[in-house]
Ligand binder design. Structure first.
Ligand SMILES: [Zn+2]
Ligand SMILES: [Zn+2]
Length: 394
């Protein structure tokens, strides 16, 4: 699928009825739970029972209703709600046991809906998730030709390339990617390109964005959704990464030289003549993170104040260079861009204090002071700290 087509399909007209986690809308818990708790395995926070024939008829009717409402639609999502629970009725458990995967009941259900609408809507594809507990390909059932699997990389490490066999987080994901790619007519990826626990903190994933996009292309993936900052404007280097991801979607096979050219080209235009300080910071971030070892994830796993080895003396130099770059900026736009990304330098300092709190108790107060200082800068610039509410985020 071309990027243009994919973007068009994300409009309500072509991609109808919600983008993801749509089952809660297709069968309303509020409407049905009191009379039919068995539709939801007796729990309001569980997925609907996907082997119940009445649930099937309700969801099918909702799908048909939406397709009638949007006659140009080409894609409709039937996807699990955003919690890793599953119906535990006898039938669902039996199916999942036969299939060796929690995706078993899900895929049989989606296939059955896809079959039911195929004749009336021959151009419509049903999008569903292979996500968390449904990430592994079932043993028996295969997606129909009018079903799209959207494989989600939420558990992956972004320090190492997705196909790095030495990264244990990515190794199992690659097994699932290979398995789905062999049997799926339509395969999409949900990629995670920021630190969702702390939007402002430095996130060393720049060196894998191109490798990952090439791997996805090699495995026949035909569309990718890259989830990054969900609200507000970007701190860190989110705008640079959005630019690169856009370039990579046009050309996932670009050379390393071309990729590096695009990074520098963007930095120069976006930050002005002092851009090299940004490039140096990004390079140091990558080499520090690699030196530290370990993995870099998008969600959880001590991501609130990640420490990537920037010591106070490193940060003082970066701050001085940054002030110089600001002097060199050609206009207010470039100064604003520098200010936004500067929040990440301050967050690196906060992370240093956080990480060294037990070595030196005075760092505790320094950490809190720095967070207050960052808030004073970031909030007026419209930069959210994380996806959570401000109270819990800070
Ligand atoms: Zn069930
Ligand atoms: Zn890793």
């Amino acid at each position: 699928m071309t990027k243009r087509k994919m973007m068009a399909m994300q409009t309500d007209e072509l991609y109808c009825g919600g983008f993801v986690h749509t089952l809660s809308g297709l069968i309303s818990i509020d409407k049905y739970y009191d009379e039919h708790p068995e539709y939801f395995s007796g729990r309001k926070d569980w997925q609907p029972c996907l082997t119940n024939p009445e649930v099937f008829q309700i969801v099918l009717a909702s799908v048909r209703e939406r397709l009638e409402q949007y006659p140009n639609a080409k894609l409709i999502s039937i996807s699990q709600n955003d919690y890793p629970t599953q119906c535990t009725c006898e039938n669902c458990l039996k199916v999942d046991a036969e299939e060796g995967s929690r995706a078993g009941a899900m895929l049989r259900f989606v296939n059955a809906i896809a079959e039911a609408i195929a004749e009336d809507y021959p151009d419509v594809v049903i999008d569903t998730l292979a996500y968390q507990n449904t990430r592994a390909l079932p043993l028996i059932t295969r997606p129909r030709e009018n079903v799209q699997i959207r494989l989600c990389a939420i558990e992956c490490c972004y320090m190492h390339s997705i196909d790095d066999p030495n990264c244990k987080r990515n190794r199992s994901f690659m097994e699932d990617l290979k398995a789905w790619s062999e049997v799926s007519e339509h395969l999409a990826i949900w990629e995670y390109t920021t630190n969702f626990d702390s939007y402002c903190s430095l996130h060393p994933n720049l060196e894998v964005l191109n490798d990952n996009m090439e791997t996805y292309a090699q495995y026949g993936v035909d569309s990718i959704f890259c989830e990054a900052n969900a609200k507000g404007v970007s701190g860190e280097f989110g705008v640079l990464k959005a630019y690169l991801l856009s370039k990579l979607q046009w050309d996932p096979y670009m050379t390393e030289e071309e990729y590096q050219y695009h990074i520098n080209d963007f930095l120069e235009c976006y930050y002005g003549p002092g851009w090299q300080v940004m490039r140096d910071l990004l390079d140091d971030l990558t080499s520090n993170a690699l030196e530290q070892g370990g993995h870099v994830v998008a969600v959880g796993d001590r991501q609130f104040y990640p420490y990537y080895g920037f010591e106070p003396e490193d940060l003082e130099k970066i701050k001085a260079d940054w002030a110089e770059a600001r002097e060199l900026a050609l206009d207010d736009a470039q100064r604003l861009h520098l200010d936004r990304s500067y929040v990440s330098v301050l967050m690196a300092e906060a992370s240093y204090y956080f990480y060294h709190m037990f070595d030196d108790p005075s760092n505790k107060q320094k950490f809190y002071d720095m967070i207050e200082y960052v808030k004073g800068i970031a909030i007026p610039l419209g930069i959210p700290h994380s996806y959570d509410s401000e109270m819990t985020a800070w």
